[in-house]
Design a protein around this ligand. Structure first.
Ligand code: NAG
Ligand code: NAG
Ligand code: NAG
Ligand code: NAG
Length: 482
């Protein structure tokens, strides 16, 4: 009998919680969460997806955060105090009697606090299944929510508005320089912002809103991620959403502005807790401003990799954010850096052409190579494009003339004559000749291959002749019809 009474209390003390008691999802007025009370002193959403409490960023430093319970690295989706972590011992989050949620450090200093508009009536704080931490009054009305002050992550059903923004978190767990928000012209954008620069890098700053599929005339400033994996925003043209590659219900997701400044949509693999990327804002990460710091060069090897120009060294080894500085005082000289674009220094911009039989991507960044044959090449591909339009237009004309009166027809004809007189057409044989049987491939795009071609003056003359004949024939055909 004596042994039995000794063993029982020992067994009980080995179990941290009475069986069946999962962490609560509600923090009542006057109660608190602390590190001292152990790992289990947290709030957990009813379905278990999210956990809220003091999160260890270093051995003795904690932040008040919300994280995905079953993700491999306990991925944080919200933090109250990124700028100011608290000490392990003695720090606590308390829902005070007055209705304020307060994070206090070990010395009693209030590091952060949240208060609803109607704080007097606050009864409890609750972590919802959506990952939203809310404070409710006795009528069950939400008077404060974490969804209104996002950090670097947007969760499904959470909204981004005129007054909210995402700010990246650096490797040191402090706010970085990349921001995701609505600009003054109501365009949802990614911005690099530090003491010296304030630059938009998404949507593509070289394009107009129209080309970027944006509409600056909707000042609603309202966007968000839905549970299917669609990301919508009031400025997206035709209200067309950006779509996750694994679009569908039942997948846990997050849209995060990562430390590298790229915005990525992630999906959780519930079997192993790993995240996979299902959408990315910047497909060319070297275009993210600040990636390699001042004077740093970013190149694809194929992963984006930073390096310093000759004569320069990394300012702060291990951290590219400070870029490169001159190695030692040396005589000034100019070096050629082939194929390198100096960010923000473009003198002109040539629009990308589309719908050509041979796809061409005139890259102004490469124009400084200064070789005249490139100009010929651009002219040549431009001509193909315009001629295609010309042929479609003339086919359309033949259809139209059954429907239009003579004066309307004349106007249409004037239009394409002007178009035709300025450009030339090339036969397949000529293309074979100028590209030397498609010998030099310059690159591949989503819908075609770009070859290099060189024209000689004879070919030019011949091509002009072919074109003149063609226009003549068309004009005769039209006259005959009349
Ligand atoms: C996340 O966890 C994986 C293993 O599950 C590990 O390889 C990786 O380094 C971790 N990442 C970070 C940022 O801690
Ligand atoms: C709860 O908050 C709502 C909105 O602020 C308010 O209308 C309502 O009266 C409050 N209820 C109580 C019991 O304070
Ligand atoms: C790199 O340096 C910058 C500027 O000093 C600092 O803000 C940032 O936190 C550092 N990042 C890392 C990963 O050390
Ligand atoms: C502006 O955006 C809102 C929110 O997406 C949408 O409901 C509204 O129809 C848009 N207005 C126009 C004129 O497109």
């Amino acid at each position: 009998m004596a042994t039995f009474s000794v063993i029982l209390p020992v067994l009980l003390s080995l179990l941290p919680l009475p069986s069946g008691a999962a962490p609560r999802n509600t923090l009542l007025l006057g109660s608190s969460l602390s590190v001292d009370k152990g790992q289990a002193d947290v709030l957990r959403s009813r379905d278990g997806t999210f956990t809220c409490g003091l999160y260890s960023i270093y051995t003795n430093a904690f932040t008040f955060s919300i994280w995905y319970t079953n993700s491999a690295n306990k991925t944080v989706v919200w933090t109250a105090n990124r700028d100011r972590p608290v000490h392990a011992r003695g720090a606590a989050v308390t829902l005070q009697k007055g209705g304020a949620l307060v994070l206090m450090d070990y010395d009693g200093a209030a590091v952060w606090q949240a208060q609803g508009d109607d704080s007097v009536g606050v009864q409890y704080a609750q972590l919802l299944d959506t990952g939203n931490l809310v404070m409710k009054n006795s009528s069950g009305i939400v008077v404060w929510q974490s969804f209104d002050s996002p950090t670097d992550t947007l969760l499904p059903t959470q909204r981004i508005t005129a007054t909210t923004k995402l700010v990246s978190t650096t490797g040191l767990h402090v706010p970085g320089h990349h921001i995701f928000h609505f600009t003054d012209s109501s365009i949802l954008s990614l911005i690099y912002d530090d003491a010296n620069f304030h630059e938009i890098y998404w949507p593509d700053p070289d394009n107009g809103e129209y080309q970027n599929n944006r509409n600056r005339y909707n000042s609603t400033r309202f966007g968000g991620l839905d549970e299917m994996g669609n990301f919508f925003s009031s400025d997206f043209a035709n209200q067309q959403a950006l779509v996750a590659s694994d679009q569908g219900l039942g997948i846990k997701r997050r849209l995060t502005l990562d430390p590298d400044g790229n915005l990525r949509l992630y999906s959780l693999d519930s079997s192993d807790g790993r995240w996979s990327v299902s959408w990315t804002a910047m497909s060319q990460p070297c275009n993210i401003h600040g990636l390699c710091g001042p004077n740093g060069i970013c190149r694809y090897l194929p992963a984006p990799t930073c390096s310093c120009p000759p004569g320069y060294v990394m300012s702060n080894p291990g951290n590219w954010s400070q870029g490169c500085t001159v190695e030692k005082a040396q005589p000034v000289m100019f070096l050629r850096l082939p194929g390198t674009d100096f960010w923000g220094s473009d003198q002109q911009h040539v629009d990308q052409m589309s719908k050509t039989p041979m796809k061409l991507f005139p890259d102004v960044h490469k124009a400084n190579q200064g070789e005249v044959k490139w100009l010929y090449f651009y002219g040549f591909a431009g001509a193909i494009f315009v001629l295609e339009v010309f042929f479609i237009a003339s086919a359309w004309c033949f259809v139209l003339r059954w429907e239009l009166g003579a004066s309307e027809m004349q106007a249409v004809e004037e239009g394409y004559k002007v178009m035709a007189s300025n450009f030339r057409r090339y036969s397949y044989k000529e293309l074979v000749k100028v590209t030397r049987k498609f010998k030099d491939e310059l690159g591949r795009g989503g819908s075609g291959i770009v070859y290099k071609g060189i024209l000689d003056d004879d070919a030019d003359e011949e091509v002009h002749k072919v074109l003149r004949e063609l226009v003549g024939t068309l004009a005769q055909m039209l006259d005959g019809e009349q």
